[in-house]
Design a protein around this ligand. Sequence first.
Ligand code: ZN
Length: 194
Amino acid sequence: MQASIKPKPDNVLRTKPSVRTCVVCRESSPAKELLGLKVLNQMLVADEKVAGRGAWVHLRAACLDGLELDLLEKALRTKIDFENQKAWLTNLRLLAQKRVLECVGLARRSGKLLIGLDHIGKAKAHGSLVLCADDLADGSIKKCGAHARQFCSGDELGKAVGRQWAGVVGFCDVRHRGRAFFWWNLWEQLSFVA
Ligand SMILES: [Zn+2]
């Protein structure tokens, strides 16, 4: 049987980054700079992407802090159980931390994670994402470089890579780095609820 040759789909439009409008400040930005919001059983849920009716908010403290019931109900056109904004944002920060640690674990399992100060030089050279534990000694933090980002405790970071403790990790591939940065950025922007 002769194989049919299908024309290749036009990828031109696909490579164009999609743009979303923030529900709080009304500014438009590339989708990867915004968090998706939708309603499930009257509860507001957040994720990197949302299917169906959704809203978007910037990964910025001011925009996240501006999430209010009236605004959300209007944008999502439904009743939402959102009485306690502070509690919701606190849970969102926990989710962000969990997601970063998942990325750390996934990168580790696929051999794309550098662990420990001795290996981080390589990550820095690649312009990668370096996360250091908040209980790492000051001198060691300096050695991680100016772009190193402080994150959770060394115990938690260690758990994600199957060790008792880890002071610093570096992502050396684009995919894990991108996701980890998205969630780390959200976690960082939500520092005001901590
Ligand atoms: Zn905004």
